[in-house]
Design a protein around this ligand. Structure first.
Ligand code: AMP
Ligand code: ZN
Length: 444
């Protein structure tokens, strides 16, 4: 028999408590999801937890590191690939040790971006995630990046903790550095692309225009917004009233027009219902060349005027095209009625962080074209607008639980993957209820 003194007794008591606690931790352990995203220039990791299938998950933590492309003036695919190759593994080790995740205490599901995106960027995370899945014996879901952006609107925001999530069917404007589209979603797996972009994405255009105006850094769309917010009110009033449809209508000789114009006939030509953002950059370039005769804009007021007008016109073009789509698919007598019954409008992706865009959508979308009541708008939390792994974790959970799918480890990343082909790709594997229950551990 071992005799215990008081010290031993207390030590063994606290050890017992600890063991008991850890046992309890195991029995009440919730379903945890580790997510990794690296489709472009951000290396991102997140941990989410869910206690009930109909509850939005709790974001335990998320982290991001971004390749610095300021000096190059654009994202180089090879630089992004080597960047992720050097960051993801160490970020993941640090993140897992911070959250006590290991081979003996693994997460329950691993989600990783499968596409669309840059091939090298994608594969650096997909291969790493496959390794974790094998080592930890945990199922893996290869997630569509744009589904991630689209479903972010279901996660609570800091400002609107209590706000109701959107109800299917709903419309989403997905506007980021690589994509601009209006999507009609009927369920987690059914998406129709209503408007796509014919040249460059809106974020790319804002970045390029800002660079042309002499700004420097990453995320120049955000810098452009800050620059415009600092313009004195008096000048804003002047710029608001400035007509730039022809050079002759303003003293600056600056000309900007909206790409495509609503046909007056009342019929809808499909090629007109698309976005185009490349011409905004050409406008600034030709103005600099022909009227300023210079590579840099020396007059600060002219710079402010171009910045203001360009951002306004880029967002007006978005509104103009969406209103045309409302006409085509709403209550109009020429329409096919596709949007009737849509009550929610989501705006997501990096550019959705822009407060002027949010304001313009809210004030100028012609909701009467599709229904009597005003639309309910959903804007993600600012921290979740640009690329992040939280959205990949949440979309992966929805795919696993609602669609009952995971991804076979033979999968390869998909560089171009239209959202309307979400399930129409190789390597999806059906999961049965037993596996879902084992992974999710929900209690009745
Ligand atoms: P994403 O591709 O979703 O990561 O978004 C990145 C893009 O969003 C870049 O083109 C950024 O310039 C743009 N962006 C981020 N914040 C803002 C903002 N506040 N206003 C306009 N564009 C922004
Ligand atoms: Zn994105």
């Amino acid at each position: 028999m071992i005799l215990l003194n008081k010290g031993h007794f207390y030590k063994s008591l606290s050890l017992r408590k600890l063991l008991h606690k850890s046992k309890n931790v195991n029995t009440i352990r919730h379903y945890k999801v580790l997510a990794i995203e690296s489709s472009c220039d951000d290396s991102c990791i997140a941990l989410l937890e869910r206690t009930h299938p109909n509850q939005t998950p709790t974001i335990i933590d998320h982290t991001k590191k971004t390749l610095n492309s300021a000096a190059v003036g654009g994202i180089m695919p090879t630089a992004a690939y080597t960047y992720h190759m050097s960051t993801i593994a160490n970020m993941c080790i640090e993140f897992c040790s911070k959250h006590q995740l290991s081979a003996t205490n693994p997460p329950d599901l691993i989600c990783v971006t499968r596409g669309p995106g840059m091939a090298g960027s994608l594969s650096s995370s997909t291969e790493f995630a496959k390794g974790l899945s094998v080592a930890w014996n945990v199922p893996l879901v290869g997630v569509h990046h744009m589904l991630g952006h689209l479903l972010t609107s279901f996660l609570p925001t800091k400002e609107t903790e209590q706000k109701q999530p959107p109800n299917f069917p709903f419309l989403s404007l997905l506007c980021s550095g690589g994509h601009t589209m209006l999507v009609l979603s009927k369920s987690v797996s059914e998406h129709e692309i209503i408007i796509n972009v014919s040249d460059i994405a809106v974020g790319d255009s804002l970045d390029k225009c800002a660079r042309e105006l002499g700004m420097y850094g990453n995320m120049l769309g955000r810098e452009l917004e800050k620059f415009i917010k600092n313009i004195p009110t008096e000048e804003i009033k002047e710029f608001e009233n400035l007509q730039v449809d022809t050079r002759l209508s303003n003293k600056y000789n600056f000309k900007l027009t909206l790409p495509y114009q609503t046909p007056k006939s009342g019929k809808f030509q499909d090629d007109l219902i698309q976005f185009a953002f490349a011409q905004f950059l050409s406008n600034i370039q030709s103005y600099k060349k022909n009227f300023l005769n210079s590579k840099i804009i020396e007059d600060d007021k002219i710079k402010r005027m171009i910045a203001y007008k360009t951002q306004e016109y880029i967002f007006d073009h978005i509104i103009d095209r969406i209103n045309l789509a409302f006409k085509k698919h709403g209550l109009d007598r020429w329409s096919d009625g596709k949007f009737i019954g849509v009550k929610d409008f989501v705006c997501s992706g990096g550019v959705a962080a822009n407060s002027r865009l949010r304001e313009k959508l809210f004030n100028n979308l012609n909701h009467k074209e599709i229904g009597e009541n005003p639309l309910s708008f959903h804007f993600p939390d600012l921290s979740l607008c640009t690329d992040n792994a939280v959205m990949i974790g949440y979309a992966g959970m929805e795919i696993f639980e609602k669609l009952k799918l995971k991804t076979n480890l033979n999968f390869i990343p998909i560089r171009k993957w239209p959202l309307n082909n979400l399930l129409n790709v190789e390597s999806w594997v059906k999961v049965d209820d037993d596996e879902i229950n084992r992974v999710c551990k929900y209690k009745n």
